[in-house]
Design a protein around this ligand. Structure first.
Ligand code: GLY
Length: 430
């Protein structure tokens, strides 16, 4: 089988890497891919833009691709899945209608209200004056979110009125482009955030191992939000009982409501959840795709061939798939970024130490890299995601950092505290 993977991040490298562990997969083609997918055995890059829907469809048809996996949210929100399905190409990832769960936070909030899914109270605004009046009336702490897609950077958790006001003004000043023309302003929720990525065929929905990521750039979870600076799985915060509640109170009602709205959703439903101090799960956000970097921590633990899971979703037979098999133990992914990220950053720096890092036993997933004349160069804000495995979080985290220590490029930055919330917990769930 040939599989085409759309995207160029660490998530797509992890998907390609995992797919290739099955002997059913002859080749993975990444559009446009990165330096990691360019150098992965059995994988090659195709120099097409992810906006080139016709080019992607033509390639998939001419090359008889068994499946197209769409990694990032933007092509899903742009309707790439619908476009391909209309040409009888099998696609893992929801159509434009389902992708609204991520592409519009106001849409998602109305959806959750209809589905009776627990989440923070929220109001949406298209007027700066009204949004400013609202944050003043509600007071801090308060959460200001750009309605549209903003690469994980459109959310401000404001602990002061000044920060909330600045976030409102920045959005209406065009800081997030059209994504900030509407704001959703939410009540602040206390607790710890977890990421439950669930696969679905539109009827059945099954969670993968629950993960946690570190969105802020700074240690101790401080500073502006990024796409994610590190992740680990399975988080001990989500017990089997809690996962069952998440299934019953969040994932299944979401699928029921999607079906009631006539939306055939096949792909990943990613529930970003706050686990409140009382132990209740509440939705922070829904995403319509695999998380990044959560995928780089979750997939290395998956023993069931990924292609079997993806095809079961696409073909509507997830209920018949045997329970997913997982390696016991833990995985931790540490992201290395370019200096300046999530603000402006340089590109083109040569990356050294990739072989030594891989030899240490970790898996080095490339995020923002490109391969040029035999060299791997930095090409994005998040550059690499280094995943360590172990029988406990302590060893998984230590293995990830041992590999990170082998790596170098000008301005390399990474958080040194990935997993600090679980590092001292020994109770890795079985
Ligand atoms: N790690 C957060 C996300 O994938 O949206």
């Amino acid at each position: 089988m040939k599989v085409l993977v759309v995207g160029s991040g660490g998530r797509e490298h992890a998907i390609a890497w995992k797919l290739l562990q099955s002997n059913r997969i002859k080749e993975v083609i990444c559009v446009p891919g990165n330096g990691g997918t360019a150098t992965l055995d059995g994988c090659r890059n195709l120099a097409l833009s992810i906006d080139d829907h016709e080019g992607i469809a033509r390639f998939a048809l001419v090359n008889n691709c068994a499946l197209v996996v769409i990694g990032p949210e933007q092509p899903l929100a742009d309707g790439l899945a619908d476009f391909l399905q209309n040409q009888d190409i099998r696609v893992f990832g929801p159509g434009r209608a389902g992708a609204q769960l991520e592409a519009s936070k106001a849409w998602a909030k109305a959806f959750m209200a209809e589905a009776n899914i627990p989440t923070a109270a929220a109001e949406s605004f298209t007027s700066e004056t009204e949004a400013l009046a609202y944050v003043e009336q509600m007071g801090p702490p308060i959460v200001v979110k750009a309605d549209g897609l903003a690469a994980g950077k459109g959310v401000t958790v404001a602990h002061s009125l000044e920060t909330a006001q600045a976030a409102v003004r920045a959005a209406f000043d065009g800081h997030f482009g059209a994504a900030g023309d509407r704001l959703v302003i939410e009540t602040f929720m206390e607790g710890q955030e977890v990421s439950v990525l669930a696969v679905t065929d539109g009827l059945t929905i099954r969670p993968l191992l629950p993960a946690q990521d570190h969105k802020p750039i700074g240690e101790g979870d401080t500073g502006p939000n990024t796409g994610g600076m590190g992740a680990y799985a399975p988080t001990p915060l989500v017990t089997p009982e809690l996962l069952q509640r998440i299934q019953q109170q969040i994932l299944e009602p979401a699928m029921t409501t999607l079906r009631q709205r006539g939306i055939d959703y096949r792909g990943v439903l990613y529930a970003g959840l706050m686990i409140t101090p009382a132990g209740d799960p509440k939705v922070v956000e829904f995403n319509c795709r695999f998380g990044d970097p959560e995928t780089q921590a979750v997939l290395p633990l998956l023993e069931t061939p990924l292609i079997d899971v993806l095809l079961a979703c696409v073909e509507g037979r997830l209920a018949d798939l045997p329970p997913l098999q997982w390696t016991l133990g833990a995985a931790a992914c540490v992201v290395t970024a370019a200096a300046g990220y999530p603000g402006s950053y340089s590109k083109g720096m040569a990356i050294h130490g990739l072989e030594a890092a891989a030899e240490s036993g970790a898996v080095v997933f490339h995020a923002g890299t490109r391969y040029e004349k035999g060299q791997v160069l930095a090409h994005g804000g998040r550059v690499l995601g280094v995943t360590g495995l172990g029988d406990s979080f302590v060893t998984a985290i230590a293995n990830a950092y041992e590999a990170v220590a082998c790596l170098d490029y000008e301005g390399i930055y990474y958080r040194r505290d990935i997993g600090f919330r679980v590092r001292d917990l020994q109770n890795v769930p079985e």
